[in-house]
Structures are given as structure tokens and as C-alpha cells.
Design a protein around this ligand. Structure first.
Ligand code: SF4
Length: 368
């Protein structure tokens, strides 16, 4: 079963740490993009899909009618299951209750709100456009608009963050009555203003403490950590994102979108002009030829992605699906990790423990 990811490449302005592809939204460019997106949807053979994910960029800059048109076309052209999870990323202060109600009526049934922090000073260090109150208000508005599956993004390791501010963010997120939290560490990406130097970045040790404090707070609040950076009320795990971690299949539409056939990964260039050039004049006969090959999905990829989840990986899946088995050296290394409480394993599954998550990069690079 496929997922469908759609990259909406517009933002009001660029956040200084962000390397996701986006450009300012201008109405002429947006309508040309939507026309090209329609053509791209029609270019691919129909798939059976049970998730749709509008990411970006800032998808909430589109109108409910525009989102509704995209969902309708996806449903006409593909076989989208009745109970499909349809997620839209949304930034605080870009929407009001009426727009959110419109997105709900358009068929969006899960919102992922980019709050990042509820501490006013940390938000300004991060260069976000919205205030802490606006972030909380957007969550309340989403509930009022009828959303009952809401995720909040929190960023860890923000300049001047401490375990105390992190705990406060976790507690505020939990108090909002949401169903899901994603908590990723700030990554300093090349080419961004932050890569030229930013004061106040917490040390590695403080970042590790922040992560631990956050995980503990989520657990106390009844959230299940089902992936290294993701927490959910049981039953509200992101079905779309699980396809990434389980090496599943998804179509990627729009500039900078990544996709996977389950056998190999590919991406479209992060450039709206190339996207318009390829799809503005009608559906393409062989759309995949415009994608860049990003590598084969093999057993190592399955291990790297699967070990992020609390289900871990299965030796039998590794063998049957990828024809791969752990070598004697790898089995010895896993046994050592188990002795140190970093992994748990039985005859089939191998998974990281909470302590193991903290050292996941070193464990996985040693293992692979
Ligand atoms: S709103 Fe999101 S996608 Fe847009 S620039 Fe900021 S972090 Fe990047």
C-alpha cells in the first residue's frame, strides 16, 4: 500500500535554520504550481494509497478550496482508501478557525502544527515568525475546527535551551490535549544563516539531557515513544511516517519531493522552475525520468530506519526481503550492546532501548 507525499514549496519567509525547499508565495506562481501539480498527479500510474501527507514549505498557505481540489483529484486518479490518513503541516499564525474548518471539510483529518517551542525567547532565538501564544492558539483553533488527530512539532537543542525549558515545552504540549508530538534536534545545515554561526547552541551533553528530559516527560504524560523522535497516544502513530521507517512505498509529488518504490529511492530537484518546466504543459509520459536516483533500498537501510522505531527490526524480514543476515562480528557487537542495556533482542527482533536511542548514531555506524 502506497503513501502519497506532496511538497507545497511556499513559505512566508525563510527561517534561518531551515534547509527545506521553499520560495515566497506569489499568487501567479502558486496558480502555475497548482496546475503543474495536477499534471504531475495525472502523470503517474494510479496507486492504492492509505496515507496522504501535505508537507513543505507551509501547506497551510494554500486555501481550503485549493487543498480540496488536490485531494479530489488524488481520489479520482488513485485508489485512496476510505479511512486514509490525510495530514497537512500547518504553521501557527498562518490560519484561523474558519480556514482550519475548511481544511477539515476538504478531507484533511490530521494536522501537524510547527510550534517548535512555547518559550517566547527561544522562539525568537530560532527566528520563528509566530509567538508562543499564537502557537497555543492554533492548536486550540484546530480542536475547535473539529480536528481530533493533532500533532505538534517541538524542536530540541534550540539556542539557549536547557533541560528546564525543554521540560516546560513538553508539559505545555501535553497540556494542550493533543495526540502526537514530534521532537527533532535542531540540525545546523550548510547554506543556512545558522551555518555561519549562531550563539547559544547547547553542548552535546546538554542536548542529550534535554532529549532524556523530554522523553521522560512524554512517558509520564501517557505518550508512547514509538520512534526515536516521535510520541503518540496509542493508536495515533503517524501511519504515513511509519512508511518511511519501515522502508515502505510512497509517491513524492512537487519540487524537492522524495519517493520510494520500496526497491529504490528518488527525488525531484528542489527547484520550482524545473518543476514548472516539466509539468506545466500537461501530464508527462514517463515522470520518473525527471527524478534523481537516490540509492537502492537494501538491508542496511532497513536496519538504519527500522532501529529508529520501538518495534525494531526483524531478522527474518532482513533475510526474506533483503537476502541479508547479521555476520558473526555483528552478532557479537549486538550481544555487547545488549549487555550494556543499549539494545533488547530475541531470536527474531532487535530494538534499541531508551539508553540506546541516545547513542543510536554510534551504535548504527558501528553495526553497519
Ligand atoms: S516555515 Fe518551516 S519550511 Fe518554511 S522556512 Fe520555516 S522551517 Fe522551513
Amino acid at each position: 500500500m502506497y503513501g502519497i507525499y506532496i511538497h507545497i514549496p511556499f513559505c512566508i519567509r525563510k527561517c534561518p535554520y531551515c534547509d527545506f525547499y521553499s520560495v515566497p508565495k506569489e499568487s501567479d506562481l502558486c496558480s502555475r504550481f497548482l496546475n503543474a501539480l495536477r499534471n504531475e498527479i495525472l502523470s503517474f500510474d494510479p496507486v492504492e494509497a492509505d496515507t496522504v501527507y501535505f508537507g513543505g514549505g507551509t501547506p497551510s498557505l494554500l486555501t481550503p478550496d485549493e487543498i480540496s481540489d488536490i485531494i479530489s483529484l488524488l481520489r479520482e486518479h488513485n485508489r485512496i482508501t476510505e479511512d486514509a490518513e490525510i495530514t497537512m503541516e500547518c504553521n501557527p499564525a498562518t490560519v484561523d478557525v474558519d480556514q482550519l474548518r475548511g481544511f477539515r471539510e476538504a478531507g484533511v483529518n490530521r494536522l501537524s502544527i510547527g510550534c517548535q517551542s512555547f518559550q517566547p525567547d527561544l522562539l525568537s532565538h530560532l527566528g520563528r515568525m509566530h509567538s508562543a501564544d499564537e502557537a497555543k492558539q492554533t492548536v486550540q483553533d484546530a480542536k475547535e475546527a473539529g480536528f481530533s488527530n493533532i500533532s505538534v512539532d517541538i524542536m530540541l537543542g534550540i539556542p539557549y535551551a536547557t533541560p528546564n525549558t525543554t521540560k516546560a515545552d513538553a508539559e505545555i504540549a501535553l497540556s494542550l490535549g493533543i495526540q502526537h508530538v514530534s521532537a527533532y534536534l535542531l540540525k545546523i545545515c550548510e547554506g543556512t544563516p545558522f551555518s555561519k554561526g549562531v550563539p547559544g547552541i547547547p553542548s552535546d551533553d546538554v542536548q542529550a539531557d534535554c532529549y532524556k528530559v523530554f522523553c521522560d516527560a512524554m512517558k509520564s504524560g501517557g505518550m508512547h515513544q514509538y520512534e526515536i523522535s516521535n510520541f503518540a497516544v496509542p493508536g495515533y502513530e503517524s501511519r504515513h511516517n511509519l512508511k518511511y521507517w519501515e522502508c515502505g512505498q510512497w509517491l513524492g509529488l512537487g519540487p524537492a519531493a522524495h519517493m520510494s518504490t520500496g526497491k529504490y529511492r528518488a527525488s525531484f530537484p528542489g527547484n520550482i522552475n524545473i518543476f514548472l518546466d516539466r509539468f506545466e504543459n500537461g501530464p508527462a509520459e514517463d515522470p520518473l525520468r525527471y527524478f534523481r536516483y537516490e540509492g537502492h533500498v537494501d538491508g542496511d537501510e532497513y536496519i538504519i530506519m527500522g532501529m529508529r522505531t520501538d518495534s525494531g527490526i526483524s531478522r527474518s524480514v532482513l533475510k526474506e526481503r533483503y537476502g541479508q543476515e547479521f555476520t558473526k562480528d555483528q552478532e557479537e557487537f549486538l550481544a555487547q550492546c545488549e549487555q550494556h542495556g543499549l539494545i533488547e533482542q530475541d531470536s527474531d527482533t532487535v530494538r534499541l532501548t531508551g539508553e540506546g536511542y541516545l547513542l543510536s548514531n554510534s551504535i548504527l555506524s558501528e553495526l553497519i
